[in-house]
Design a protein around this ligand. Structure first.
Ligand code: MF3
Ligand code: CO
Ligand code: CO
Length: 271
């Protein structure tokens, strides 16, 4: 298999899927307060998808060696790195939570995006980790243009994150996306400039760095087959956008009315 190049028609389908995925994150945002459970967040996400006429890509998702994923979305709290399963434990003031949404439109296109939410007042350390992980994602996005290489993206993210004293999770990466949830290429969030695949117009993939406040090592948590936590129990943050390689640079596809403001060093969402 190789990396799919999306046609103009494919890109129109992806723009819709990606905007709708982002709108699910808009919809749940005002509800994320102390006392809400991640299961209630999941129900809100499912309710929004039903209203959209989309379906969750994660319910029943079962890659080889995994049990079927039970949630309409992923909720990863504090030291949970990714794939947190919604549960009945209420969020409390000072928690940070990543909500990761992947939807499928009627036409079969996938949109995949995640954001961090701060639950009530949070520590300076937690706010800093979330904000700098957001910036790290955008440092990666800004590398995207025809002729650049996947290694440029990983390098930009790694240099930025490690430069702030954080570490980059190695075991999970961004991915091509289209009518398939996870397709080629793998988009590593670390690496060397000029290495790996050369980017071409029409490629679509996610950039979704997982950044730890402490060491980069992770482990499986419990026996649900999904939840990943930091080995040292340090906080972890993640942000995710789906990005198109255009003729001149990039187009961030997973944007909507309430997407967070761009970092100061970013001027445009499409070039
Ligand atoms: N949305 C995740 C990603 O960014 C994948 C979640 S798979 C699940 O690739 F089964 F855990 F939901
Ligand atoms: Co993804
Ligand atoms: Co995702």
């Amino acid at each position: 298999m190789s990396i799919t190049i999306k046609t103009a028609e494919d890109i129109a389908g992806m723009r819709l899927a990606c905007r709708l995925a982002s709108e699910v994150l808009d919809y749940i945002a005002p509800h994320i307060k102390p006392g809400i459970t991640t299961k209630e967040i999941d129900r809100l996400g499912a309710e929004c998808m039903a209203a959209q006429g989309t379906i969750s890509a994660t319910v029943g998702y079962q890659p080889p060696g995994y049990p079927p994923y039970p949630g309409a979305l992923c909720t990863s709290v504090n030291h949970v790195v990714c794939h947190g399963i919604p549960n009945d434990k209420p969020l409390k003031k000072g928690d940070i939570v990543n909500v990761d949404v992947t939807i499928i439109t009627k036409d079969g296109w996938y949109g995949d995006t995640s954001r961090m939410y701060l639950v009530g007042e949070c520590s300076i350390a937690a706010k800093r980790l979330s904000a700098l992980t957001y910036d790290a994602m955008w440092m990666g996005i800004q590398q995207v243009r025809p002729g650049a290489h996947l290694g440029d993206i990983g390098h930009a993210i790694q240099k930025f994150a490690e430069g702030h004293g954080f570490s980059v999770v190695r075991e999970f990466c961004g991915h091509g996306i289209g009518k398939v949830f996870h397709e080629e290429p793998q988009v590593l969030h670390y690496g060397r400039p000029g290495t790996l695949e050369e980017l071409k117009p029409g490629m679509v993939f996610t950039i979704e760095p997982m950044i730890n406040a402490g060491r980069r090592e992770i482990k499986e948590f419990g026996n649900d087959g999904w939840t990943i936590v930091t080995k040292d129990r340090s906080l972890s943050a993640q942000w995710e956008h789906t990005v198109l390689v255009t003729e001149t640079g990039y187009e961030v596809m997973t944007l909507s009315a309430d997407s967070p403001p761009l970092p100061a060093f970013v001027t445009v969402t499409a070039t």
